[in-house]
Design a binder for this molecule. Structure first.
Ligand SMILES: [Zn+2]
Length: 344
């Protein structure tokens, strides 16, 4: 990230730090009061901020005991999302509110803060930080100037930790159904372990010197750390910061020197900066294209395969691997490709 943008980004993070400090003072990183609500046999109403968090809630809660609503759906940028009148109604009716935390929902932090005086509001990432500190475990996050990167779902093992945390939250909230939630966690964890192994196997199809992922914004650093890929975002961590010409030129140099055949747009972020990078590289005679659209901060449409966390990651990995190996037929045709052809 260029220095000027880094400063701009840092200022926006510092603006929200005052609020998050308040959360930390509430104990365990929760923006919540620890009031138990007797809900009887009616379904627990959970409001999740993002569609990814809602998917995690569904997997742990199961279909019967909990009804989950996601404030943000397909293609929504959580960094910029400010909420709607309908969200106010949903939040008012919620028994439990769950957010990604770590400043992901940068514009909703005040709302979540105020709500935490009335009902349990859990910021999963922030609570994992506190949990790691209390157990003297290593800090799980990638940090910039001390601020954690919120895009942790791209490391499946971190998502699993969030699933374990949410299972505990739900067991505490509704102990009478704890065994059901624990069974759901066990099944979901098995699915995540399988997903993690699949990703490793698929990334292995890309030659080591091509394991470079260039996208619109810095959402994929956990993906890079977990699966051995160099990742470069044209924008910074938050879509609030604007990409600069200097950053674009740096990345043009990089993709040319590494002979990278494709870079990627994101479904929830404008693709202008990616197009500018492609044009910049092509103007210097380098053959490069947009390799496809990746889901970064929001999954695909609810009900579609890409509408779940696991489906979204599978789509991303398939898109990335295909684009980076397409021109390497002699190298890959002898391997059994796990991919079905992509449309378009
Ligand atoms: Zn993001």
């Amino acid at each position: 990230m260029p220095d000027s943008l880094r400063c701009q980004h840092r200022r926006s993070l510092l603006k929200t730090l005052a609020c998050s400090t308040y959360f930390a003072l509430q104990g365990c990183g929760k923006a919540s009061v620890s009031r138990k609500t007797h809900i009887g046999d009616r379904p627990i109403q959970v409001v999740a901020t993002t569609a990814l968090v809602a998917d995690l809630v569904r997997n742990i809660a199961g279909p019967k005991r909990v009804q989950v609503v996601s404030l943000m759906g397909e293609g929504v940028d959580p960094h910029m999302y400010k909420g709607s009148p309908r969200d106010v109604r949903d939040l008012a009716g919620a028994d439990l509110v769950v957010a990604g935390g770590l400043h992901l929902e940068g514009k909703l932090i005040g709302v979540l803060h105020r709500l935490g005086h009335q009902k349990p509001v859990h910021l999963l990432g922030d609570e994992l930080t506190t949990l790691a500190e209390s157990k003297k475990l290593p800090d799980p996050w990638i940090r910039d100037d001390g601020m954690p990167d919120p895009h942790c779902w791209f490391d499946v093992s971190l998502w699993q930790r969030e699933a374990e945390l949410f299972s505990q939250i739900l067991c505490d909230y509704d102990p009478s159904h704890a065994s059901e939630f624990q069974t759901n966690l066990k099944n979901y964890s098995a699915e995540l372990i399988k997903l993690d192994a699949e990703i490793r196997r698929d990334i292995d199809l890309i030659p080591a010197d091509r394991r470079l992922l260039v996208t619109s914004h810095d959402a994929f650093r956990y993906f890079g750390r977990a699966y051995g890929i160099q990742v470069e975002g044209i924008q910074g961590l938050s879509t609030e910061s604007e990409s600069g010409v200097r950053r674009t030129n740096q990345l043009v140099d990089l993709v040319i020197s590494r002979r990278i055949p494709a870079i990627f747009v994101e479904t929830s972020v404008s693709d202008d900066n990616v197009k500018a990078l492609v044009e910049g590289a092509q103007a210097r005679g380098h053959k490069i294209r947009i390799g496809g659209s990746l889901f970064s901060d929001a999954p695909g449409a609810f009900g579609k395969p890409e509408g779940t966390y696991a489906g979204m990651l599978r789509h991303n990995v398939r898109t990335f691997v295909q684009a980076m190996t397409q021109d390497l037929k002699p190298l890959t045709e002898n391997r059994s490709s796990p991919f079905k052809p992509l449309n378009g």
